[in-house]
Design a protein around this ligand. Structure first.
Ligand code: C2E
Ligand code: CA
Ligand code: CA
Ligand code: CA
Length: 277
């Protein structure tokens, strides 16, 4: 790949000609994706592991192209970033999430929705102001919205601190995503006003087979506790992972074991059945 976004998407590299053609097609199709209503948010429940009940959801972007079919975010987000289209997409995601929170509230569901924000967006000077504006326009109180950012924001520590402080003042919940895959330490994170840390699924997947990862997860859990971070495990697919996490003091998680990301209606059904009150 000639260019790479700031996120750690290294799965898709375009080498042969077919793939280069596909990349160009995707880049071109991006320009009309929003106006053609091709984007949709799916929602994956966040679960309290001891009870199996949901306490919130994470919004995950889906793009259904009429010809190319479902294009995964790990493929199109890096393309959107290098094409300069991520700003508009990010605004749409935030606005759509706010509208969904509002609609769910009207139907009696009070749920926190966390959106993923790429570091390019987070690095904008007016990021917190934009979030405040979106909340205001939707007449939503900030505690209903969450933000997930990756460790890559640590590259701009001072700006990151300032933006995080603004978000904290606003009252928006902030989580560090994919923790463990980058180069930052929990100690570094302890200098930031954040609420939660999400352990990347690559650690959770290998918890029983890779003793190094198991002990890393244990360390993350105990440090997060000392630092008073809420800790969420990603990618839980098996009961034994839940047992390991609970035995070691991690009480929150997400994964296919509980539910995949769901269209809004299905997510609402799940929440009506399984929500913590
Ligand atoms: P992420 O934020 O780390 O999201 C978790 C990914 O793991 C999601 O993939 C989710 O569908 C998947 N997942 C959930 N449970 C399991 C499980 O039990 N096993 C496995 N193997 N996977 C599971 P998805 O939806 O394809 O998203 C990939 C990445 O794209 C996300 O990683 C996030 O970094 C990015 N992304 C998604 N939506 C947005 C968005 O609206 N804005 C931005 N900037 N990035 C987004
Ligand atoms: Ca996330
Ligand atoms: Ca992850
Ligand atoms: Ca990620």
């Amino acid at each position: 790949a000639k260019e790479r976004g700031k996120n750690n998407f290294q799965f898709f590299t375009y080498k042969d000609e077919d793939l280069i053609a596909r990349k160009e097609k995707i880049e071109h199709a991006l320009y009309s994706a929003l106006s053609n209503n091709e984007f949709e948010l799916y929602y994956q429940p966040k679960i309290a592991l001891s009870s199996g009940k949901a306490y919130g959801v994470e919004a995950l972007l889906r793009w259904r192209h009429p010809e190319l079919g479902m294009i995964p975010p790990a493929e199109f987000i890096p393309i959107a970033e290098s094409a300069g289209a991520m700003n508009t997409i990010c605004e749409w995601v935030i606005q759509e999430a706010c509208a969904q929170i509002k609609a769910w509230q009207a139907s009696g569901l009070n749920v926190n929705v966390a959106v993923n924000v790429s570091s390019i967006q987070f690095d904008q000077d007016d990021f917190a102001a934009n979030i405040a504006g979106a909340l205001k326009r939707s007449r939503l109180s900030p505690e209903h919205l969450g933000i997930e950012i990756t460790e890559s924001v640590m590259c701009h520590l001072e700006r990151t601190k300032k933006t995080l402080q603004e978000l904290k003042n606003l009252g928006v919940h902030v989580a560090i995503d994919d923790f463990g895959t980058g180069y930052s330490s929990l100690h570094l994170l302890s200098q930031l006003p954040i609420d939660a840390v999400k352990i990347d699924k690559s650690f959770i997947q290998d918890i029983l087979t890779d003793p190094n990862k198991a002990s890393l997860v244990k360390t993350m859990i105990s440090m997060a506790k000392d630092l008073n971070f809420e800790l969420i495990a990603e990618g839980i697919e098996h009961d034994h992972q839940v047992k390991f996490l609970l035995d070691n003091g991690c009480h929150f998680g997400q994964g296919y074991l509980f539910s995949p990301p769901l269209p809004a209606n299905d997510a609402a059904n799940f929440l009506h059945r399984q929500m913590i009150n």
